[in-house]
Design a protein around this ligand. Structure first.
Ligand SMILES: [Zn+2]
Ligand SMILES: [Zn+2]
Length: 74
């Protein structure tokens, strides 16, 4: 997910408002593990979930895993 965070830490007392460089910081989080990632590290699926590489991989099995489960008995 994409979140806009207000990370102002009393920059100008009073805050510079729209000019405050920390007022609108865009952060990206994995929808599964909720960890923070860069925008180019998150993958979007058909349900518009935004997942990190690890969580994405957890959703899938490798061919070797399928074979060991007997998925290919030909
Ligand atoms: Zn500020
Ligand atoms: Zn994740």
């Amino acid at each position: 997910m994409r979140k806009v965070e207000d990370e102002c830490v009393s920059c100008g007392l009073p805050c510079l408002g729209n000019n405050c460089p920390n007022a609108k910081v865009i952060r990206y989080y994995c929808d599964e593990c909720k960890s923070e990632f860069e925008a180019d590290e998150l993958y979007v699926n058909d349900d518009e979930e935004e997942l990190c590489e690890n969580c994405l991989k957890d959703r899938f099995k490798t061919v070797a895993q399928l074979e060991s489960e007997g998925a290919y008995d030909d």
